[in-house]
Structure formats: C-alpha cells, structure tokens
Design a protein around this ligand. Structure first.
Ligand code: FAD
Length: 411
C-alpha cells in the first residue's frame, strides 16, 4: 500500500497498517514535520483515536498541555467562561503536532514492512491503461504514482492523505464541493519567555476576543509560546504595516491590553497568512485510490476538528483495509463509515462560524452583549457548552466502544 502525505491522517494510517504486518510505503513531500504552522488542539474525539492507536496516555516525548477553559470577551468585557472538560471524559489537549508525527513515524519505522520516503513529492498518478475511461467500461483504476524526480511507484492501493489542496484528488478527477469559509487567519507566535506573563494571565484558557478594532484568539501552546490567530475576511488584505501589539490591545480587555503592549517587538513573529479551505469530496475513492483526512474533507480551523477527524479516518480505514479481500467493498465501507460524522461536524462548525461572524461584524450586537454580560453570560455559557458536545466527543464511534481502552487522566 502506498500512502501519500505524512500529516496526521497518513502517519496514523501507516502505523496501524504496518503494525498489522502490511507492506506500507509513505511518501512525504517535506523533509521533516516542522512546517510553518501545524494545528495543535486535540478534542476528546481525537484523544479516543490516539487511544485506538495505542498512544494514550500521550508519551512524555510529545509536549502537551490540557486546556483549562474557554473565555469569550466582547468590547473589552468578559462575556462568559466555560471550564474544561465541559462534561467530556478528557479536556481538550494541546499537543506539539510535529512531535506527535515524529512519534507515529518512529513507531511505524519499527515495523518490518514500513518504508518512508521523505522530501519526495508525488506529481501524478499512474493509471491502468486497460481501464482508461471508455464509455460503458469500468471506471479507470489507479495503479501508482509518479514522483517529482520522474520515478514511478506502483501499488495495489494509493491512499491520498495529501491535505486540503490534495493534488491526488484533483488528478483523480474527484470533485470537491467547496464551501465558503467565513475567515482567513493571520497567525502570530509570541515567544516564551517574553510572553510568560501573558501566558500566566491566560491560565490555560483559550481566549476569543471580539472588539471594534478586530477579532482574534490566543492560547498558550504545548511548547510554551503564545499563539495568536487574527481573523480576516477571506481575501481581505491584512492591515498596512504598523504595530500589531497596539491593534491587539485596542480590541482587548484592559488587563490583557496592558500585557500585550508590554511585549517586546522581537518576541512577536508573524504574521503567516493561512487561507482556510472547507469542503467535502463528492466521492472519496475510485478503484485503486482512497482519499482520507483533509484530502477528502478540508476542515475549517473552528473548534479544532481537522486533526481529530484525520486521526479518526485513519483508525477506521485501517480496520477496513487490513486483510480486506475485496478492495472496492472496503473503500466503499470506509466512506460510508466516515462521511456521516464529517457532515455533522462540518454543519456544527458552520453554525458556530455563522454565530461568530454575526458578532464579528455587528458592533450593536457586541455592545448589547457586553452591556448585559452579567445576566446573559451564565446562560450563554450553558448554551454554548451544550452545543459543543459533538464537536468535542465526535459524532459517531470509530471502534466498538467496548474495545477502546478507557482513557486514564493526562500526565
Ligand atoms: C489555521 C488553522 C488552524 C488549525 N488548527 C487546528 C487545531 O488546532 N486542531 C485541529 O484538529 N485541526 C486544526 N486545523 C486543521 C488541521 O490542520 C487539518 O485538518 C489536519 O492537519 C489535516 O490532516 P491531514 O493529515 O489530512 O493533512 P495535512 O496535515 O495537511 O498533511 C498533509 C501532508 O501531505 C504532504 N503532501 C502534500 N502534498 C504532497 C505531495 N504531492 N506529495 C507528498 N506529500 C504531500 C504535506 O507535506 C503534509 O505533510 C487547523 C487548520 C488551519 C487552517
């Protein structure tokens, strides 16, 4: 089996299949896992997937930080707070994604059938010419890939885990129903130890700030730096150069504004623009090819779902693929098993996004909420927490619950 892409979906699938004695080749375009930005929030749904991958409790080698809560501030006032774990078995947990990918890679490498080709990009698919699309003939079959150096790798199955802009999805002609994302994100890192005071003030909370000057979210990452994501309308030009600390402070509650203004300029790196893509492939497979993770369903960053869904895809796909004697039936079963959860989660993200957008774009609404925060805040906290249930715990099962090891507490 050939897996293209060593992000969460590809790395987890490779490990599960290699563990079961399969011959697996993973091709990854980058040389290491340390690209500019990789998300790091894992919901209990993703932690369940890690348990199924025998990676829970998380090994100490993976930097990790359980989140303590969520706080929302509008017009410089706290609107409401919700404490983790919000009724789930585990709190949302921040992990260092490159370290997680390295751990998955190291465990897979220890399996005899595993081969990894890093720093090699796939540029095309190979097709069985005898099945090439004549009307009335069976659909064309993928038989391998072409690498950037022109070499060819053949495989009985190619699994495309090559992320949201998936080249393989495009080459296979599998259409993506694209959805308009309400935001793009400008990403900043506020380095430790200069941001230590700010991190102390955050007290492990994920904070969303909505104000006249703009909207952003910030949290202390697993490795200790504070990450800050500034929301832009899709395609909107970032503000002209200026002092970002002042811009953040102008939208913030007074205590936070003070800390942001105190940050030394050299501690703030970025911004990196992350254009958000959201969508769902109309079909996830064709003979010889399967799409998984963002390649099948690019996820919005809202409420941190993409890594979780990618890991869950991998666990389910491995169950169906290991020892399958009818490949097409297995591919069909994987899509049937995973599509409903993705549809539900994307719908919930859409709802949450629409609420956030109303607030981001309506000053009167923000003012009304800020003025009534004392009374309306506790109500909103209860309502919001209830709405989060499936975004946290998942909208289906990935293995029969009885076979999942219980989740012990985090280290
Ligand atoms: C701003 C932002 C913040 C986010 N934050 C979070 C978060 O906190 N929590 C969360 O759960 N999700 C988050 N997400 C979503 C999450 O990052 C993705 O959904 C998740 O990474 C998808 O995993 P994947 O394995 O499918 O794809 P990816 O992680 O994109 O991995 C794809 C891999 O394929 C490789 N590749 C691509 N093309 C080729 C090729 N042609 N040949 C070989 N290799 C190739 C890439 O180098 C990459 O390593 C965020 C997304 C955004 C945009």
């Amino acid at each position: 089996m050939l897996i293209v892409g060593g992000g969460p979906a590809g790395a987890a699938l490779a490990l599960q299949l290699a563990r079961r004695g399969g011959a697996v080749t993973l091709v990854e375009a980058s040389r290491d896992a340390g690209r500019q930005f990789r998300g790091e929030a894992l919901m209990p749904s993703g932690l369940d997937a890690l348990a199924a991958l025998e990676l829970w409790p998380l090994p100490a080698a993976i930097p990790q930080r359980p989140l303590h809560g969520w706080r929302f501030a509008v017009q410089g006032q706290t609107l409401f707070e919700a404490q983790e774990p919000l009724g789930s078995r585990q709190p949302c947990t921040l992990i260092d994604q490159p370290a997680l990918l390295q751990e998955l890679g190291a465990r897979a490498k220890a399996c005899p059938g595993m081969q990894r080709l890093s720093g090699r990009a796939v540029v095309d698919l190979l097709w069985d010419p005898s099945t090439a699309g004549a009307p009335g003939r069976e659909p064309a079959r993928v038989t391998g890939v072409v690498l950037s150096d022109g070499s060819k790798l053949r495989a009985d199955l190619v699994v495309a885990c090559d992320g949201r802009s998936s080249l393989l999805r495009q080459k296979a002609g599998l259409a993506l129903e694209q959805e308009r994302s309400p935001i793009d994100v400008l990403w900043f890192e506020l380095a430790a130890p200069a941001s230590a005071e700010l991190a102390r003030w955050l007290e492990g909370r994920f904070l969303t700030v909505l104000g006249d000057g703009g909207s952003f979210a910030l949290f202390q990452s697993a490795r200790g730096a504070v990450q800050l994501g500034w929301a832009l309308d899709p395609g909107e030009r970032p503000p002209a150069a200026g002092d970002w600390r002042e811009r953040w402070a102008a939208a913030s509650p007074a205590a936070l504004a003070l800390l942001l203004r105190r940050l030394p300029a050299e501690a703030c790196s970025g911004p990196v623009r992350l254009s958000v893509q959201v969508g769902l492939a109309e079909r996830w497979w064709r003979p010889g090819l399967l799409l998984l993770g963002d390649a099948a369903h690019p996820m919005s960053p809202l409420r941190a779902q993409g890594i979780n869904m990618a890991l869950r895809d991998a666990v389910v796909a491995a169950e169906h693929l290991a020892g399958a004697n009818n490949q097409e039936a297995a591919l069909e079963a994987i899509e049937r098993a995973r599509r409903p959860e993705i549809l539900t989660i994307q719908a919930l993200q859409r709802q949450e996004g629409a609420r956030g957008e109303r607030l981001r774009h309506s000053r009167p609404l923000r003012q009304l909420l800020a003025a009534s925060a004392r009374w309306i805040g506790p109500l909103l906290a209860r309502r919001w927490s209830a709405d989060q249930r499936q975004l946290r715990d998942g909208a289906g099962t990935i293995t029969p619950t009885a076979s999942l090891p219980p989740l012990p507490g985090p280290r």
